[in-house]
Each structure stands twice: as C-alpha cells, then as structure tokens.
Design a protein around this ligand. Structure first.
Ligand SMILES: NC(=O)c1ccc[n+]([C@@H]2O[C@H](COP(=O)([O-])OP(=O)(O)OC[C@H]3O[C@@H](n4cnc5c(N)ncnc54)[C@H](O)[C@@H]3O)[C@@H](O)[C@H]2O)c1
Length: 475
C-alpha cells in the first residue's frame, strides 16, 4: 500500500458519556437541505430537550433516544450493500456520505440507491478526504476488505466518529489489537460485525436455554460447518476496470485480486476466517470459554493455488476448558459442496441444540435426552416448543446422525427473525451511540474471536496442535 497518510481533521463529535449542549444538537444544520430545514431544526430542538430531561434525571445521555444519526458507509461492495439495505429499514438514520475506491461501479450504485431514498449524499474515493470534509458524522460503517479494517477504523475513531466494522476485525492480530487500543484511547464506540451476537434467536438460546434453564446440561461436544458449492472466481465488467495505478495505491495487484481479495494472503484469511469466524465466535460465547488448544487440517485442494492462496477446505478441532469441564469443538468449512449449508450443533448430557442464522435451514431445534429431567417447564414458559411427535415411518424434518442415537423428542426454538439478518446488530450499535444499550460485540470480543480463528491457519501450516496462552486473549 502506498497511499499517503494524512492527519484527518478533528470532528466536532463529543466523547461518549459527555452531555451535549444546544450548539451540538444544532450543528449539522448548515448541511441540512434547504427543503425540510424547519422540520429538521424542530426535531433537533426536541431531541435537545429530551436529552436535557434525561440529564436532569441523572441519565448519562450521549445522544437522545430517537436522535437522528449522521452516518457514512466506507466500502460499498457486496456486504456494504447488504448493510445499506438493512439500515434503510432503521428509522432516524441520515446518510451523509459513501466512500469506495470503485467509483464508477460500487460507489455510484450506493450513492444512487441512497438518492432514490431522498438522502443528499456525497461520494468519495478516499476515506481521508471524506473524514476531512464530512463534519459531524456520528458513525462510519466499514465494509472494506479485511486488510483495510485496522487503518480505516483507527482513523475514523481518531476523527471522533463511532465505528461499526465488519468481521473479520482484521487479517492480523496486530491490526485487531491496535483497533481495541484506539477505541479505548478515543472513548468512541467500536462494534465488530459478528451479527449473531444481536440475533434474537441466538440471544434467546444463550440467555434462556443455556444460562437460565441449562436445558442441555453439561456441554461436551460442539460441531459446526459452513459448506458452499463450488463457484467460479468473481469477475467484473471490463469497461468498469479500475486503473492499475489506483489499484496499486489501495494495495491490489490486479482487478482479479481486487475482486477475490479474501483468497489472498495479506488481504483476507480464506473461508475459515471469512465464514468460520461467525460460528467459532458462537462456540466461545455459548461455551463461556476460550479454547486451550487447536489442531487443524486444510489445503487448497480444489482451486488453483496461484489465485487461492488460502485454503478451500479446512477442518479444525478445539479443546475448551469450560466452567463445567472439558468440551471439544469441531468446525469444517468446505467450498466445493454446499450440502446442509451452515449451522452450529451443541451437545450436552441432557440435550442438543442445532442453531443457525439461516431461517431457511435448521434455524433452531432442540433434542431432549431420554435420561434427562423433563423440559415441560421450559415448554410452558415458551423457551422451546412442545415436542414434535414423529410417527413410525415419518421422515424427520432434519436428517442428522444425531437422530439415530438420541431420543426423537424434537422441539423448536420458537424465535424467528423476519428482518434482514444484520438489522438487529446495527440497531444495537446505533442505540449504543444514543446511550440506551450496551454494544453486543465490543472490540474486546472481536479480538478474542480473531485470536481463536486466525490460529487455525497457523495450525494448518505448523501441522501440529497449537496451544493458546490465556494472555493471548487479553489486551
Ligand atoms: N457479516 C457478514 O455476514 C459479512 C458477509 C460478507 C462480508 N463481510 C465482510 O465485509 C467486508 C467486505 O466484504 P465484501 O464481500 O463486501 O467485499 P467486496 O469486495 O464485495 O467489497 C469491498 C468494497 O470495498 C471497496 N474498497 C476496497 N478497498 C477500499 C479502500 N481502501 N477504501 C475504500 N473502499 C475500498 C471495494 O471497492 C469494494 O466495493 C469484509 O470484511 C467481509 O469479511 C461480512
């Protein structure tokens, strides 16, 4: 990367926890469109009064509950678009800017989409120019390739802006560590995009089924997977190719590499990081532990090694020391067969939980061990559905090996998300800026997950079991 580093201008945003004054609320009026100016000013004034009321009650109002937040998107590719569409369903968000180096394609697409929704947004190629010109931003949503996350996040935080940064937090632990430190130093909020942390089904599973009801008893093993069908590399319309000097400036050797960055060492982490980090994050969360060891096997077995430096097939086994004892956790990602998609399967001595972010596949199922105390109370409380009776000869809904060896007593986890998958996590971030919620995935959690996941690639290279020192997870 040869991009020059300029010191971004300081934004006028206040540090978290500081009560805002009237001028703070009225800032941004200068950038309000002429039409609707009165309504905007009135709303800001009402917001201000609410904040004053909250302050009088001793509530540390950062930004009042329903205050409109000024937001920019940095990285408008596939995931940037997903996040944008989720945010468009969240009230009180005012989009101000989009930044993307693919100006003729992704940048234009995102700006045009926002203009369709009547937002007056500016488009930028360079994020430092955006930070310098867009004063009064409350948040930047970062969805650039992993190797850019640390620089983008740190510079935004230092410019006084709260950040939602996509996973993987960084492709290096040094990068991830510096992001945690920058969040602490600046006092700004940093949410890492492990969106299952805000998913109502996962929260219900952890808070009600695991912690409160302890329905699975002692969790002993875990397995999970993300399988994808074989697919060609990502292409691009030739007429929209980015000039070589611009690509080079932003760290890419070619358009082919720019489009398929996740397969390259130094840019991404391959499928185990791209896909696995979502689910291995859940292993740590639900087991209430960090792993002690990891062993792994993997390789580029199917695709061209020259363009797929990271492994297309990975199998990893972790050993955890949980508060209840040892648990072993297996994870597989395969990019040559999409069978059974993605899910996580937690097995305890009293029950089994199969859970997925996907509403289409397994979503959430529980299996009761015949020897375990009955779950009637949890059914009565609505934590799980009544058991589904499977008649002889009837096909179960989901065919898993587990069904052969345990009771066929199947319950559903009755929580469905009808919104886009990322919306609850973005809402949690915006509400944390407003001071009404705590972040569900602060940088310390993102860091723990990065430590857990990045070591799989090390273990494959080392061809042996690697230990985790508990201090590795601390900053
Ligand atoms: N949470 C999830 O479920 C999920 C899903 C997919 C991707 N992601 C994450 O989102 C991020 C983006 O992934 P993607 O699939 O959208 O990739 P992508 O290649 O489709 O998009 C990346 C975008 O960033 C732009 N970009 C690259 N370098 C830039 C720079 N220096 N400044 C400004 N713009 C730059 C590119 O032009 C492109 O538009 C990754 O970190 C990925 O891991 C998360």
């Amino acid at each position: 990367m040869t991009e020059e580093k300029k010191e971004p201008k300081k934004s006028s945003s206040k540090p978290a926890g500081k009560t805002l004054d009237r001028r703070d609320f009225l800032q941004g009026l200068a950038t309000a469109p002429v039409l609707g100016l009165f309504g905007y000013a009135l709303k800001k004034e009402i917001d201000y009064q609410k904040a004053q009321k909250a302050a009088a009650l001793g509530t540390p109002a950062v930004v009042p509950e329903q205050a409109e937040l000024n937001v920019a998107l940095l990285g408008a590719g596939a995931q940037g678009e997903v996040l944008l569409n989720a945010m468009l369903k969240i009230p009180n968000i005012r989009f101000r800017a989009v930044c993307d180096i693919w100006t003729e394609y992704n940048l234009k697409k995102a700006v045009n989409l926002l203009k369709k929704y009547k937002f007056e947004v500016n488009g930028y190629q360079d994020y430092q120019e955006m930070l310098a010109k867009e004063q009064g931003l409350d948040a930047v949503i970062i969805a650039t390739p992993d190797f850019w996350h640390a620089r983008h996040t740190i510079d935004c935080l230092k410019a006084g802006v709260n950040v939602y940064c996509e996973k993987e937090m960084s492709n290096t632990l040094e990068g991830a560590r510096s992001m945690v430190l920058a969040a602490r130093e600046t006092g700004k909020l940093l949410q890492i995009g492990h969106q299952r942390r805000s998913h109502p089904r996962y929260k219900h599973a952890y808070e009600k089924i695991i912690k409160e009801a302890k329905m699975m008893g002692r969790m002993v093993t875990v397995n999970g997977q993300w399988n994808r069908s074989a697919a060609p590399d990502l292409g691009y319309p030739a007429r929209y190719a980015i000039p070589a000097d611009i690509l080079k400036k932003y760290g890419f050797k070619s358009m082919e590499q720019f489009r398929n960055w996740r397969w390259y060492k130094g840019l991404g982490g391959g499928p185990i990081v791209d896909l696995g980090s979502h689910q291995i994050d859940i292993y740590n969360w639900f087991l209430d532990a960090r792993p002690k060891t990891v062993m792994a096997s993997g390789g580029t077995d199917y695709y061209d090694k020259a363009t797929h430096e990271w492994y297309d097939t990975v199998m990893a086994i972790y050993e955890y020391e949980t508060p209840d004892g040892i648990a072993r956790a297996y994870y597989k990602t395969q990019t040559t067969n999409g069978s059974q998609g993605y899910f996580e399967n937690f097995m305890g001595d009293q029950g089994t939980m199969v859970i997925s972010e996907s509403e289409a596949l397994y979503s959430g199922l529980m299996y009761h061990e015949t020897s375990a105390p009955p779950w009637d109370e949890w059914v009565r409380l609505g934590y799980v559905s009544a058991p589904k009776v499977i008649m002889p000869g009837e096909k179960p809904e989901v065919v898993l090996d587990v069904r052969e060896t345990v009771s066929p007593d199947e319950h559903k986890i009755p929580v469905v998300l009808n919104d886009p998958y990322h919306k609850p996590h973005l809402e949690n971030f915006f509400n944390a800026i407003r001071g009404t919620e705590k972040l569900n995935c602060p940088p310390e959690i993102g860091y723990e997950t990065a430590v857990t996941v990045l070591k799989v690639n090390d273990a494959i290279e080392a061809r042996r079991t690697l230990n985790f020192d508990p201090r590795e997870f601390e900053i």
